[in-house]
Design a protein around this ligand. Sequence first.
Ligand code: CU
Length: 528
Amino acid sequence: MSKVSRCLLAIIVCGLCCLEAAAQCPARPNPGSVVQDALSLSSQNGVLNARFTMGNSVDTFGYTHYCYKYETANGPVEAPTLRLNPGDRLLLNVKDRITTDGAEAMSEMDPMSGATAKTCGDTGAMTLQSTNVHFHGLNVPPVCHQDDVLTTLIQPGSPGFEFNIQIPTTEPPGLYWYHPHVHGFTEFQVNGGAAGAIVVEGMDKVRPEVAGLTERVFVVRQQYLVPWVPGPYELTLNYQVANPPLFPAPIVQMKAGEKQFWRVANATIQDFMPLQVWLNGIPQNLELIALDGYPLAAPRTVQTILVPPAGRAEFIVQGPPTGSSEQFIALAYSTGPTGNPDLEQVLANIEVSDDARGGFKQPTAESTGPAISRDQLKFAGVKDVTPTAERKLYFSEEFGGTNGPIQFYITVDGQKQQVFEPNEKPVITTKVGAVEDWTIENRALETHDFHMHQIHFMMLEVDGKPVANQDFRDSFEIPYWSGSGPYHSIKVRMDFRDPTTAGTFVFHCHILLHEDLGMMHKILVQPQ
Ligand SMILES: [Cu+2]
């Protein structure tokens, strides 16, 4: 953990230096206030043009904030929701203004990631002050100026970097998100709050159950103080600290008995969230509409929705009856003997208000349109394709004395266990047109969270048994090994038929510390 300790030391040093530059990030909401949705930026005439500045500052409690700042006539706001239609173009300019105070401490950190041959954006070493953007879940090319996290680098003070991405016309309507993805430093910036929602519009065209409903976008983030201390990491709901009884719960207002369409992103660094809504302590039915931005084949009535780190769940919630309130809760989740406990936490109290506030999107006439069949979306038909290859991968950990796991691996079965290096060769090579079935096993005493860039995968099996619902996912939990018996595993179908998958990209564990420490590798999809 020596590298990590150095990183943390650097952050402490930096944090102190940054105090003078405080307030660089917009203020975050006070505990116990009414939860507001982020500002929505919608595409106009097929284009969404926006400019973000990544900044950082330290708040009065000592938490370091990293923020995607967006200037409005009323001053800067943080992490707007980007709303686009399938086929629209996103032109996003990102400047890096992470403070350069503490540069001496930062220079200590360069060897953490090593130099790599940069080919996209700025040059120089990857440091805590470097940034870039990953468009999590979007099925877009892994190339420069689109969704390339391997070589894209935006350095402090440079004029800025332009992302230019066309949302595919066949992109599933749903909730996606953006966050930094510089190897070795992702956790710190996401922990600081650098994450926002992306909505690909049109869910009501695939799942008419949501048509006309008031929509809420909730981003659950996680923040902890450094140095790292095991304990109840605080979850925040749209940047409001949600940790009763230490702080009053955030307030979500609904009309009595009103049905709303909630779109929830897990932008935490490591929290597996079994979500529930309670009325008088009893879990209520939720109508699940989409997972990881992909509409389900049919809505599903459930009481608990497990959302792993980086996952998204979109569902219909019914407001409490007059004279009562509900609670929106993330239950406890065990991540195993070497994992960190995910504690139960109230995310919000849901209160009845005839004048419900929240800055959210009201249903509009434009939100309706011709129906879209799931057969018209990305990956349609892959269920019936005979796979061209089968692969097996596994998560594992290595121990150092009594200090717990010190190395985190994801390995293609038969290859040597090794941590990710920026200059490594891809551990998997395939080609456009391939359809592959991958089994991913967890041999560690800790739950891990498999994430694939560029494509969703279709769920085939969990623990060797066919799944009841072949959902398309981009992040999925694989529970820890208990120390005896078979390993837990998932079997998924990877669809590389679309030529836009060509290029080199990554798959990794989305517990961000694990990713930063190298539980990640490259795949090369060769063009046809
Ligand atoms: Cu992991």
